[in-house]
Write a protein that binds this ligand. Structure first.
Ligand SMILES: NC(=O)c1ccc[n+]([C@@H]2O[C@H](COP(=O)([O-])OP(=O)(O)OC[C@H]3O[C@@H](n4cnc5c(N)ncnc54)[C@H](O)[C@@H]3O)[C@@H](O)[C@H]2O)c1
Ligand SMILES: O=C(O)[C@H](O)[C@H](O)COP(=O)(O)O
Length: 371
């Protein structure tokens, strides 16, 4: 079995060597000729998979992407070719939530906001948006949820339509997939008109896909009237619109989902899917492969309260580090180098909170607790 995998897929040898020979490639530069002998192809978000890339291959059985987003995959083509496909839904959802929380705390500090007085509009309430809503709920921060697809399927879903959300939210966080066409298309969901419909000081956070915001329209809007802005994703990555950088409070290199756990879970999910496809019993589990976190336990006293969460969370992840990395290194090393050399970052779950009175709502944020 010939397994070809993106070189930025952690633990791919540990998981997949059981199933065959693993060869790695540069996900931006990989060619059809390189993949002609692949039985299994494992990619990340930087590799568009379709007829062009698979033209020289007659034997491919499975394509997997170790990501949540699937906009780089021509799924209709794979289906026509009878090639099985799987993404890794939810693999790095917690990582993105921690990115957004860290960004909100950073904005709150910079603009001296009380977050419990702000209403957060979440656009796209799936794995990430849903988790974020639960986390904000635990922190006592009001939310508005916009997801027309869920609203059509779930009679009890508390949907706020997009226009109303734009008019009422103080912070808007985007968590939709990238969809170019159809009734729920998200491409340039934020354009000249919709940007203008937001409250003047409404903060905008995009950790979904770059194209959900028209970046040129955003730049023009920011030049006219600057609003708080957090961008993890950009149009035309890796050649991003650098003129936007000075207008961002936080600017990062599409790393919101790059926690150690988030990336490794993506590899594990594809391994499990491949085992299923090949009728093999999985022998490897992620828990045994994850490195020990630098800090494993924290003793919580009965005085631990909401204001203390931010300090504990920041010990694990502070988005300002990644903002500084992009601003410092983008010119010299480029966007992809920043992603490839991303420093290890553990999720909240890596830290055991111990004590007699660990508040239950910390679980809603993703922390592990133990009495
Ligand atoms: N920045 C990163 O590192 C990073 C990491 C992971 C995922 N992502 C992106 O985030 C996206 C969301 O991830 P997820 O796990 O929550 O996906 P998901 O599929 O679980 O949820 C997406 C939700 O968006 C809703 N939706 C679709 N079109 C919509 C529209 N026009 N308006 C409002 N809601 C709409 C869907 O109904 C769904 O509930 C992914 O598709 C991916 O593109 C980015
Ligand atoms: O969709 C996703 O899961 C994320 O955008 C993912 O974290 C992107 O990371 P990449 O695959 O480009 O390393």
């Amino acid at each position: 079995m010939q397994i070809y995998a993106d070189e930025n897929m952690p633990l791919v040898h540990e998981f997949f060597s059981q199933l065959g020979e693993v060869t790695t490639f540069d996900g931006r530069k990989v060619t059809a000729a390189q993949l002609s002998q692949a039985d299994i192809l494992l990619v990340r978000s930087v590799t568009p998979v379709g007829p062009m890339l698979l033209a020289d291959n007659q034997q491919l059985r499975f394509v997997g992407t170790a990501t949540i987003g699937t906009d780089h995959i021509d799924q209709a083509y794979l289906q026509r070719q009878n090639i099985a496909f799987s993404a890794a839904p939810g693999c790095n959802a917690q990582s993105v939530v921690e990115y957004v929380l860290s960004s909100m705390w950073c904005l709150a500090e910079r603009y001296q906001w009380q977050l419990t007085d702000k209403t957060v509009g979440i656009v796209g309430v799936g794995n990430i948006g849903g988790r974020l809503a639960r986390a904000l709920n635990a922190l006592g921060i009001p939310v508005l949820l916009c997801d027309p697809i869920r609203a059509a399927q779930e009679p009890d879903f508390p949907h706020t339509d997009f226009t109303t959300l734009c008019q009422q939210a103080d912070i808007v966080s985007l968590h939709t997939p990238m969809q170019k066409q159809g009734p729920n298309a998200t491409w340039h969901l934020f354009n000249d008109a919709t940007l203008a419909s937001l409250k003047p000081q409404c903060a905008l956070i995009n950790a979904s896909r770059g194209g959900v915001i028209d970046n040129q329209a955003l730049l023009a809007a920011q030049q006219q009237h600057r609003r708080p802005l957090v961008l993890d994703v950009w149009e035309q990555e890796p050649d991003i619109l650098q003129a936007l950088l000075p207008y961002c409070d936080i600017a990062t290199a599409h790393i919101a989902g790059h926690s150690v756990e988030g990336k490794a879970r993506g590899t594990e999910m594809l391994y499990q899917r491949c085992c299923e496809l090949l009728g093999v019993t999985p022998e490897i589990a992620l828990a045994a492969l994850l490195p020990r976190p630098a800090v494993e336990k924290l003793q919580i006293s009965a005085n631990f309260g909401l204001p203390d969460v931010q300090s504990v969370a920041r010990m694990l992840y502070d988005v300002r580090r990644d903002d500084a990395l992009l601003r410092q290194h983008l010119q010299q090393h480029g966007f992809d180098w920043l992603r490839k050399s991303y420093p290890a970052r553990r999720e909240y779950s890596a830290l055991q909170l111990v004590g007699q009175a660990v508040p239950a709502w910390l679980g809603q944020l993703g922390f592990n607790s133990q009495i």
